[in-house]
Design a protein around this ligand. Structure first.
Ligand SMILES: [Zn+2]
Ligand SMILES: [Zn+2]
Length: 592
């Protein structure tokens, strides 16, 4: 799955008056004086990691969190207190060790037995797209409506509550988990008086009713559209309501998606950031929905959000990026001292395994189709060489193993032996083979796994898409640990629900929650390894390992505080642990 990586449907310029840059720029204020001050204090600190800072007499910590479990870094012994000054960690230890940092001005936070981790990072979450989807569209997905009957019942109720002639629009429909493809007849049974459009969670498809076809002016004899858009037909040759790919979906979207105002865009992003903070994230990385001309306004907005943000731009959108690179940005540097940073360039190498468009070296189960990469080997080589010439790392979306082959060929050809470019990443790397894990290790390339694939689709991969043997090696985190290859875990929001705890739990258990089965037990990893994949290794994959990802002296004071220590519960219970607070740069951003 990767709607975000594939479909920019809701980021088309036609939905924005004057482009998102103008919109966001008007809607958000400059960073506050306070956040500038915090940054300048932080920038003046030159504590080396691991060393205790020296303080002048009378100087103390701004903040001390005490009375809980501080899990400062994976593998390190737990401490009970942590001190912060100027938004950075200045000491971690027993409370008595930190007593010299306590003054009358120090704020004391009693953890009351709670557990503090370095802030959890989602290294691949389409922040802008997810924000707009959550803000503007009704969620009809599996999490809300696990059965087809519940879904259809909800749509029926919507039709009853909506004036005739107005659109009913749903998103996140999951054909694998909610009973197969929708049909025009099913949606006609909901209403013939309202146009209905239901967008699939895979991002490539939608289903519409007859009223929607009429409203969009789609006649029975419609042909294929440029850009791959086409319409499904039943055995009788008539339109069956299925709509494929962006150019076809746009025929409908222009009727129900009004102009996105600055207020809507800013509010959507603000609400989404608050939501991801509430499930434990302190940093989201946007892999390629942001465009270079949106960097300035987004930087301003970033200072007001409940979590840090980071972004890569899509290949093809790098025009305008040069001034930022010339200022030493990219590869993880914060833009103008803000909570927003730039990383690299994203390329989408293939499609989705759920729609059998990921490119494999062997056919899908019960099929002769192997999918096809979006670019051939020569094209991809030229594209990756262009990214390297910009001085930036590359992130290549590869769901199938054939795509990983040509992506690694391209990375080897461009970057082999080169240093200083940041970590080159394979996004998803879902069907990576054992030899490809070893090759990534040899090339210094790292995978980022959408571990909710196993949680939601593990059984479908095993029974419908790949068969048991290949599904057992999907998202092969265990093989990475054996090879000494760092990996990270992501949600690919809005393609799966935000939240690091479900990713951690699934990496440890390999449980598919749909049928409770274990998919690929050999690929399970330890809790240490799973947490590292959403903290320190995630920070490193965004070029920020020197500032984020662990709680060491001199690093940013980003915390995720959990009610319960995941090391004390059964792995299956980890996903349900309550997030108590999140902090960014020493400021509380969320409290339950
Ligand atoms: Zn993707
Ligand atoms: Zn994506």
């Amino acid at each position: 799955m990767c709607r975000g990586c594939i479909s920019q449907l809701f980021l088309q310029d036609q939905f924005y008056s004057g482009g998102l840059a103008g919109l966001l720029g008007q809607a958000v204020a400059m960073p506050t004086r306070r956040s500038f001050m915090a940054y300048s204090v932080g920038a003046a600190s030159v504590f080396s990691a691991g060393a205790q800072p020296a303080f002048a007499a009378g100087e103390g910590a701004d903040l001390i969190l005490r009375g809980g479990t501080i899990r400062a870094m994976v593998g390190a012994p737990a401490a009970s207190a942590i001190a912060v000054k100027g938004g950075k960690v200045v000491a971690v230890g027993a409370e008595s060790d930190l007593s010299g940092l306590r003054t009358n001005d120090t704020t004391i936070v009693d953890l009351a037995g709670r557990t503090v981790f370095p802030g959890f990072i989602d290294p691949h979450n389409h922040t802008l797209l997810a924000s707009l989807v959550f803000e503007l569209l009704d969620d009809v997905g599996y999490a809300r409506f696990p059965t087809r009957d519940q879904l259809l019942g909800h749509l029926k109720q919507e039709a009853g509550d909506t004036p005739k002639g107005q659109w009913i629009v749903g998103s996140n429909f999951d054909n694998l988990l909610q009973g197969g493809d929708l049909t025009r007849a099913e949606l006609d049974a909901i209403s013939t008086d309202h146009p209905i459009f239901v967008w699939y969670t895979n991002g490539h498809d939608a289903c519409v009713n007859s009223a929607a076809l009429t409203a969009a002016g789609i006649a029975e004899d419609v042909g294929d559209l440029p850009g791959g858009g086409h319409f499904g037909r039943g055995p009788d040759g008539k339109l069956n309501g299925l709509v494929y790919e962006e150019s076809a979906m746009l025929k409908f979207a222009v009727h129900f998606l009004g102009k996105i105002t600055p207020e809507v865009a800013a509010k959507a992003t603000t609400d989404y950031a608050r939501h991801v903070a509430s499930v434990g994230n302190t940093l989201l990385h946007e892999p390629g929905t942001l465009r270079s001309d949106w960097i300035e306004p987004f930087t301003k907005l970033a200072g007001t959000l409940a979590c840090r943000t980071s972004a890569s731009v899509m290949y093809g959108d790098t025009k305008g990026l040069e001034p930022y690179i010339a200022r030493g940005l990219g590869k993880g540097a914060p833009v103008d001292g803000s909570l927003f940073s730039l990383y690299g360039v994203k390329i989408v190498g293939d499609g989705s395994n759920q729609t059998e468009t990921g490119a494999q070296t062997k056919p899908y189960l019960n099929s002769t189709s192997k999918g096809a990469p979006n670019f051939d080997a020569a094209q991809l080589k030229a594209m990756v060489a262009e990214v390297k010439a910009l001085g930036l790392p590359v992130q290549i979306h590869c769901n199938g193993d054939e795509t990983i082959d040509i992506a690694l060929d391209a990375i080897e050809a461009a970057y082999a032996g080169a240093t200083g470019y940041g970590v080159n990443r394979i996004e998803h790397a879902t069907m990576a083979r054992p030899d490809q894990v070893l090759r990534m290790k040899a090339l210094g390339v790292q995978p980022s796994f959408l571990m909710n694939h196993v949680r939601l689709y593990g059984a479908a991969y095993r029974d419908q898409i790949f068969g048991p043997e290949r599904a057992a090696f999907m998202d092969p985190a265990g093989a990475c640990v054996k090879a000494g290859l760092p990996f990270t875990l992501h949600t690919d929001g809005p393609c799966s629900p935000p939240g690091p705890l479900a990713l951690i739990a699934t990496a440890v258990t390999r449980r598919c929650i749909i049928d409770k089965s274990i998919v690929g037990p050999d690929q399970a990893v330890s809790l240490d390894d799973a947490i590292r994949a959403v903290t320190l290794d995630a920070a490193r994959q965004l070029g920020q390992g020197d500032r984020l990802g662990s709680l060491e002296t001199g690093k940013e004071a980003d915390f995720t505080i959990l009610e319960t220590d995941p090391y004390t519960v059964s792995p299956d219970a980890i996903a349900d642990i309550k997030v108590s607070e999140t902090w960014v740069a020493g400021e509380r951003k969320f409290a339950s």
